[in-house]
Design a protein around this ligand. Structure first.
Ligand code: PGA
Length: 244
């Protein structure tokens, strides 16, 4: 199983992917012996399928409900995901904040419910382009992290995803990512920080060198085996080098 804590690469398939793609991806990763290095955050139907079919990959959810159960048509509870042996859940992704009106208090409640059901929550934060252009990224993210995590006394991770970088091919400068990581660590010193936003095989090595960064949350590039394999290898290489 996973040594040294959570995997460093989170594959966020969003509302993409098919059974065929999953099968190809699992074959490709197994042949490279990298199947345990990624958290596959798949759409719910694929999670159920993967639980039954593949014992060699680590699964994560893209969301869960803040309540344990009840009359919430169309929703999925942490307890149900727990039954599929899922231990990771991404919460508060900017697409859910935008399209499903998720707020920091709601996301915090989801994190609490998820933890109570055996999960390691990965909480997403990140500023808009407007905030970035004003030079206010760190203070904005600091406020989000404080609102999400004050009084949380269980393990969780933060995923820093500048909204303007998601799916755009444009990234902050590496030193800007490090500034945000530092500010997150001032609030929550020991937590793992992931970066997300246009991560691919071409920039993974540079990103892996960001001081204090734990791993990456990958959207578009996680739908291609060769991209995903290169990203995992970049992180492996940098981690091995820095632990020597
Ligand atoms: P992207 O998405 O890698 O396609 O930019 C990242 C995310 O939204 O998690």
């Amino acid at each position: 199983m996973v040594k040294n804590g959570a995997p460093k690469v989170i594959a966020n398939w969003k509302m993409n992917g098919t059974l065929d793609l999953l099968s190809t991806m699992v074959d490709d990763l197994s042949s490279e012996n990298l199947d345990h290095n990624i958290i596959f955050c798949l759409p719910f139907p694929l999670l159920g399928y993967a639980f039954v079919k593949y014992s060699n990959i680590i699964l994560g959810a893209q969301d869960c409900h803040e309540q344990e159960h009840g009359a919430f048509t169309g929703c999925t509870s942490a307890q149900m995901l727990n039954e599929l042996n899922i231990r990771y859940v991404v919460l508060g992704h900017s697409e859910r904040r935008l399209h499903c009106n998720e707020t920091n208090p709601l996301i915090k409640q989801k994190a609490i419910t998820a933890f109570q059901n055996g999960f390691f929550p990965i909480l997403c934060v990140g500023e808009s382009l407007d905030v970035y252009n004003k030079g206010d990224s760190t203070s904005f993210v600091a406020n989000q992290v404080k609102e999400l995590t004050s009084d949380l006394d269980f393990p969780y991770a933060i995923a820093y995803e500048p909204l303007w970088s998601i799916g755009s091919g444009i990234l902050p400068k590496m030193h800007e990512i490090v500034e945000v990581i530092n500010c997150v660590h001032e609030i929550a010193p020991d937590i793992k920080v992931y970066y997300g936003g246009s991560v691919n095989s071409a920039n993974a090595f540079d990103i892996a060198h960001c001081k204090g960064l734990y791993g990456v949350l990958v959207g578009g590039a996680s739908l291609k085996s060769d991209e995903l394999i290169s990203i995992v290898k970049a992180f492996d290489q940098v981690t091995q080098h820095s632990s020597n």
